[in-house]
Design a binder for this molecule. Structure first.
Ligand code: TRP
Length: 365
């Protein structure tokens, strides 16, 4: 068996959408099914979500079950993957405090993800979190350090994430190196596992704007009904220059085609649009002119329904029994905590703060 340890998580600030799905969730299920790991953890990062939602704990609380339902409905299997809640593992907070010694303020200020988030959240509450009108909270500023604790507590080797999380993994690697250099080889360096397809890295919203985000109202949610999704697909941004069907169309920046890049396979043409063999053929025809946007949207809708239909059905089943979902999280948290506690013991031993375990010290030698 492989000795890979896979770990990843999401902030519970809203339901997950198809951007999360192509960016990471779909890949997690594929990793789970391949089974090439010794352990796989997927967790709900509630403590991290609170760093920019501390005035709104109700939002974080109510979204725990939403994210858990999204996990289960995409096919994460609690028999194969440990699902847990971050704040149920106090060891993570303790590790964070020790790692704070290993990171400079300047280094945190240079973290590109934190930089953008601070810019977004400074004076308004754009983005997903609250505004920081009166100044930047230390907790938010330090969340990359807490993320390093999440990753290293489980000795994760592979962290499947979206592109925006790359700086967090880089920061974690630096913390691991400093720790191991100062205190001896203890922690494991992780690597980010990113989707290979460009469209999947950063799926735009249905309005064609940069990124799918709740605050822009441009998401297609996993939990959405087929009807709701239909309306959103029909309103999708396409090509403003493609006025008549016969006009040549542009696929670049055309959201329908970006989504097709992320979801479409050759078999979908066989099933739903046999005039073409593959996406490149459809794109060529669209660019020449003569292919209507509605036809492309309907094709996309069939593909999305094929992929999301089973997800919706599983969600409906799990929604009937929230207690069972919380029980999955409770059991997963218990098991994850044992694991993190072992790492914390090693960390404290390496840092020489394991006084009571040192018989010589206690004997006064
Ligand atoms: N920062 C991630 C997000 O915004 C969530 C997260 C917290 C995470 N800790 C992590 C992801 C550790 C991967 C590994 O969604």
């Amino acid at each position: 068996m492989s000795d890979k340890i896979i770990l990843t998580g999401d902030r519970p600030t809203g339901r997950l959408h198809i951007g999360h799905y192509v960016g990471s969730l779909r890949n997690r299920v594929a990793i789970q099914e391949k089974g090439d790991f010794s352990r796989m953890f997927v967790f709900i990062a509630d403590a991290q979500a609170l760093t920019d939602n501390f005035e709104n704990p109700g939002k974080v609380r109510s979204n725990i079950i939403e994210v858990a339902l999204d996990y289960l409905s995409v096919g994460l299997d609690p028999g194969k993957v440990t699902l847990f809640i971050q704040s149920m593992i106090p060891e993570l907070t303790e590790l964070t405090f020790y790692y704070m010694n290993l990171v400079t303020v300047a280094r945190l200020q240079r973290n590109p993800t934190v930089k953008t988030e601070i810019a977004m959240r400074g004076f308004s509450s754009e983005g997903e979190g609250q505004a920081f009108g009166s100044g930047l909270p230390v907790g938010f500023f330090c969340y990359p350090i807490s993320q390093a604790a999440d990753i290293t507590a489980f000795k994760a080797t592979d962290v499947p994430v979206g592109e925006d999380q790359k700086p967090m993994i880089e920061q974690t690697v630096e913390i691991v190196r400093s720790f191991n250099r100062i205190y001896g080889e203890t922690l494991v360096e992780p690597k980010a596992v990113l989707p290979s397809n460009e469209a999947c890295l950063r799926l735009p919203g249905i309005d064609g704007k940069a990124k799918m985000s709740k605050s822009l109202g441009n998401c297609i949610y996993l939990a959405e009904s087929a009807d709701e999704m239909h309306k959103k697909i029909m309103s999708m941004y396409t090509d403003p220059l493609h006025i008549n069907v016969s006009d040549p169309g542009h696929v670049e920046g055309n959201t329908v085609f970006t989504y097709l890049d992320a979801f479409c396979q050759d078999v979908h043409f066989e099933r739903y649009w046999p005039d073409f063999a593959c996406l490149d053929e459809l794109k060529a025809a669209y660019m020449k002119g003569g292919i209507g946007d509605v036809k492309c949207k309907k094709f996309l809708e069939k593909i999305l329904n094929e992929e999301l239909g089973p997800v919706r059905a599983r969600r409906q089943e799990y929604e009937k029994d929230p207690a069972a979902v919380y029980e999955i999280l409770r059991k997963g948290s218990e098991s994850a905590r044992e694991y993190a506690a072992r790492t914390l013991d090693e960390v404290k031993k390496a840092m020489r703060i394991d006084y009571f375990n040192d018989p010589d010290l206690i004997a006064g030698k």
